[in-house]
Write a protein that binds this ligand. Structure first.
Ligand SMILES: [Zn+2]
Length: 398
């Protein structure tokens, strides 16, 4: 940090009540991911995106928007730097998971210094923090070398089409930070997720004469056994320093029609969590090899693979990267802890951006997606300071 006095002065300008108001307003704008159902009001990002663009525009940012698919935009706002110094993106997703069985999910509530509601920590809190960072920088006439870019991304909770689109079509930055609920830990890595659908094709006959048919469910049982053995093999491979071991398992199975019929069809959704360095092509080759082995021992069965049905890249920001070191030193100086980089449990938009992006935010993955989602306002304040610190550290024109 070149100018700690400016940073300290700016921290005093962070307006807690304004930030909480932005957060509660955003919670009250339902932006559930449609999860491949019809895209409609309340189940898309559009209304949230409009609010976020309005707020960024109020702050004097150059605002842009692009539909990834109709009604589902990515949005951004740019606070222009004075030179071509490194640019930083503060990014968050606009969508949330659903509200099944969650009473009043979109009626924000403040209690015990916490804000409750769907999206409170995953991750409308991050979006509110970014607005406050931009406001403080602008109000105090802080000159930045590079561009500060705020983004609101579509579809993080499902297929991540928003971040994949941003990676292809921009805007881009030199560095990124995503305020996903990391429990205030700095995360520089996470596993990727690749899903495939496996079909088992048999022959249907009356179940009183099963020897005349081929039971597709029994065929799939061999695949499930082979996946279990493969999971053991993954555990015996070398671990990634932060992410540990890759994982593999059967997540969804469907098959059979009638108790009196030998089923001729069964399908299985395979979930594969990949380490940095592994690819979807490698996963496909492994799965194909595993199926070939089953077929060699049991040639009466036939299988097909479809996919990937889900495809999230792994993240691995190198330890010498400036944004990682900036967020680490911010955390150390603000919390007094000897923070070290760790791995985030889930997948995020970060690896799709195409530039080094780290994860740091208030809230936890236990609170996110729960029926009692909340964020500690104090943690949100700390996260805002961390973002502000890194903006100044990486870009302040002194
Ligand atoms: Zn999230």
């Amino acid at each position: 940090m070149k100018d700690p006095d400016t940073y300290t002065a700016l921290c005093d300008k962070i307006d807690r009540s304004r930030m909480v108001e932005d957060l509660t307003t955003m919670i009250s704008i339902p932006s559930r991911n449609p999860f491949r159902q019809e895209v409609r009001k309340g189940y898309r990002e559009k209304e949230m995106a409009e609010f976020y663009c309005d707020r960024m525009s109020d702050l004097g940012l150059e605002v842009g928007s692009r539909d990834v698919v109709p009604g589902r935009p990515n949005v951004w706002g740019v606070l222009k730097g004075r030179s071509s110094g490194p640019s930083l993106m503060l990014s968050g997703h606009l969508d949330t998971v659903g509200d099944e069985n969650y009473a009043d999910a979109f009626v924000p509530r403040i209690e015990n210094n916490r804000v409750f509601g769907r999206g409170a920590c995953d991750m409308k809190d991050g979006l509110a923090s970014y607005l406050e960072v931009a406001r403080v920088i602008r109000d105090e006439d802080i000159e930045l070398n590079g561009d500060l870019i705020l983004t609101g991304i579509a579809d993080e909770e499902d297929q991540m089409i928003g971040s994949k689109d941003l990676g292809e079509r921009g805007p881009w930055a030199d560095y990124g930070i995503i305020g996903e609920p990391s429990n205030m830990e700095v995360c520089s890595a996470h596993k990727g997720q690749v899903g495939y659908l496996v079909r088992s094709l048999g022959k249907a006959v009356h179940s009183s004469r099963p020897e005349d048919g081929v039971n597709a469910i029994e065929g799939m049982m061999h695949i499930v056994d082979a996946l279990k053995a493969f999971q053991q093999e993954l555990m015996s491979r070398d671990a990634h320093a932060l992410c540990g071991h890759g994982r593999c398992g059967a997540s969804v199975i469907r098959g059979g029609t009638l108790v009196s019929t030998v089923p001729d069809y069964c399908e299985l959704e395979v979930d594969r969590r990949i380490l940095p360095g592994e690819t979807r092509e490698g996963v496909y080759a492994e799965l194909n090899g595993l199926i070939s082995t089953v077929v060699r021992s049991h040639p009466q069965f036939r299988f097909e693979i479809e996919g990937p049905t889900i495809d999230v890249l792994p993240l691995d920001v190198t330890s010498d990267n400036p944004v990682l070191n900036s967020v680490l030193s911010a955390t150390r100086s603000i919390t007094g802890d000897s923070a070290e980089a760790g791995a985030f449990f889930g997948g995020t938009d970060a690896p799709h951006f195409g530039f080094p992006t780290v994860i740091f935010g208030a809230g936890t993955l236990q609170q996110a997606h729960s029926l009692n989602e909340y964020v500690e306002i104090a943690h949100m304040m700390t996260a805002t300071r961390v973002y502000l610190y890194s903006v100044l550290d990486l870009m302040h024109r002194t």
